[in-house]
Each structure stands twice: as C-alpha cells, then as structure tokens.
Design a protein around this ligand. Sequence first.
Ligand code: CP
Length: 315
Amino acid sequence: MDNFNYYFDNIHLLGIQGMNKKTIQSILERAQYFNQKKKNRKNKILKDSLVINLFFENSTRTKASFEIAAKSMSADILNISVSSSSIKKGETLIDTAATLNAMHPDFLILRHPNSGAAEMLSKHVECSIINAGDGRHEHPTQALLDAAVIKEEGINLEGLKIAICGDILNSRVARSNIYLLTTMGAQVSVIGPPTLIPKDIERMGVKVFFDLNSGLKSSDIIMILRLQNERMDGSETPSKREYYSFFGINENNLKLAKKNALVMHPGPMNRGVEIASLLADNNEISLVKKQVEMGVSVRIACLEMLKLSRNKLLK
Ligand code: CP
C-alpha cells in the first residue's frame, strides 16, 4: 500500500472550518486511492484499534459507512444504541463519553443534535473524536466525500460554479461544503427562500439567490438539500407542494443551469419535495449513488489520517 502524505496535526476531526487546501487535497486524493481499490481494500491499518459509533440522531449512510470503513481496516467496532443505553436514564453526554472512554476506544464517532457537541466532547476524552454531524454546525466527512466525487468525475474544484439549493439554514452539510469549496477556489451560490437562508451567509464568501431561475444560471453542479424538518418550527415553508413548485429541482428546470450540469444530494432524499424522482434516478446526471460509494473511501482516508496523526502527536 502507498504511504499517505497527510498534512494534519490534530487527533480529532471536528470540522472543515480552518482546514487548509493542502490538507483537503491530501484527503481527497487518499479517498480516491481507496475508491479505486474498492473491491480489494481490506487492510490492517486499524488492527487492534477500537472504534465506537455513538449516534444520537438517525443515520443510514454515515453510520454504515464508518462501520464498513473500520471493518475493512481490521478494527473492532461497537455501535451504541442510544435508545437502549443509559442515556435514556438521564446520563449526560459527557458522562456517557467518559464511560465509553474508560473502555479505551481509539475513535469515538459522534452524531448529535447540538452544534458544538463534538468539540465539547473532544475536551473530555483521550480518544479521537470524529464529528459525524453536530446540529446545524458541521458534517466534515460529508463535505469531503462530496468533493472527492466531484474530483473523481474529472472536474476541477478551482473555478467550479456550484449552487447549493434548499434548506441552508438548518444544514451542517451546507456549512461544511461552503468552507471546503470556497477554500478550494470554487464559486459557491446558495439558493432558497429567505426563511431558509441565514441572514449573514454572504460572510462565508457565497452569493445568495432567493429565486431558482437566477440561482441555477451558469451552475456546473447543483447540490440539493433536504428540508430538515427535525430542526424547524413549522413556519419556514407554507407546504411541501409549494416548496417543490418554487425550489424543487427536476430535469426541466435543470436546463437553466449549464449544459451537462450534474446534481448531488447528500441523502436522505425527499422525492417530490426538493428533487424529482426521475432526476434522482438518472445516473447520467445524478451523482447520488457515487456519493454513497465514496462515503466509505473518505471515511477510510479520515480514519487512517487520524491514526497516523495520533501516533505522531501522542508518542
Ligand atoms: N448524508 C447523511 O449524513 O446521511 P445519513 O443521515 O443517512 O447518515
């Protein structure tokens, strides 16, 4: 196996904010390397390591892909079921993490509804914390896998015109992608109703469009986001049908973007709300399946990088 020249000096992966171009580039290249070996990627990088998945919110893609990644790296993995754990008896997040930490895991992969939960935990444990999504804050491995898929399509991130459409306000995926894509030199636009766009989002270096037609114009890629009802109070959109008529992406309104424009969606998708079913299933245009596939490769690359970084920093 080739050596991994990583440029990262932390034992935790908490977000994309502050990550430089060289670090991002190295993770994307390593993920592409593992993606090419996907039929034969069993390795011993995490032999004798213990990985714990601690998910306080539902997940299919992230949780499964971390488990598959860890197993393919020969780690032992434990999935904590929050619904049958002592969290239900009132144990706090810190006490739960301290309890698990006392069993000496090497990695604790955390998904939590509160923004900042991963960073807070990182101050209380010795193991590496990987943020698998914290509230509206960040979902770093999602942004890395999205960028790796774009690169795998042979598309340069520098100068890429990418529009992120939908519920930007409640989306950690949007935030991590904006940090990553702007760092890599892409031109990022956000499209959505004013109720779903944070007031000061221009400060993140993006253009704002409240109208789909102008937002899609000259975009190379449209990243479509789900309405995150679990973080809404119900006043943000009048109805799903009305939302679809103004902001839903289908094969017809996609013609407003550049010829051969591609669409992405981090999943889970709500068909007929933010994306038309026909478009979601059109693998000539939709990168959704490739995003899921790359999820495993990116998580292998991130686990390897943290293992190497831990070995160097803690020796
Ligand atoms: N994209 C994503 O985080 O999906 P899951 O919620 O299924 O993990």
